[in-house]
Design a protein. Structure first.
Length: 93
């Protein structure tokens, strides 16, 4: 569900336990890349690191976990105020 945000508006979210400010409406993947992340999760089969690949929501390589435990594709999920995001690099990963 797309929220109505004004250009330049920012939101505060938590990434791996760290509160950060981001542009409203940008995707989780865009934020993670801007923070220097290259790996978002690990392969369930080999354990190898996975990150942004297709950028279209097709491959699931960029999957992250939200605070409520829901798994989402970072490349197609827009940021919402107060969102809590956990990657494979976060605590407990």
């Amino acid at each position: 569900m797309a929220a109505n945000h004004r250009i330049g508006e920012t939101v505060r979210v938590v990434v791996d336990g760290r509160e950060v400010e981001a542009l409203a409406g940008q995707t989780i993947a865009a934020l993670l890349v801007s923070l220097g992340y290259r790996s978002f999760n690990r392969s369930k089969v080999s354990g190898s690191r996975r990150g942004l690949f297709c950028g279209q929501g097709v491959c699931f390589e960029c999957e992250v976990t939200l605070g409520d435990g829901e798994k989402v594709r970072a490349c197609v999920t827009p940021l919402e105020p107060g969102m809590v995001i956990r990657t494979d690099q976060g605590e407990g990963a």
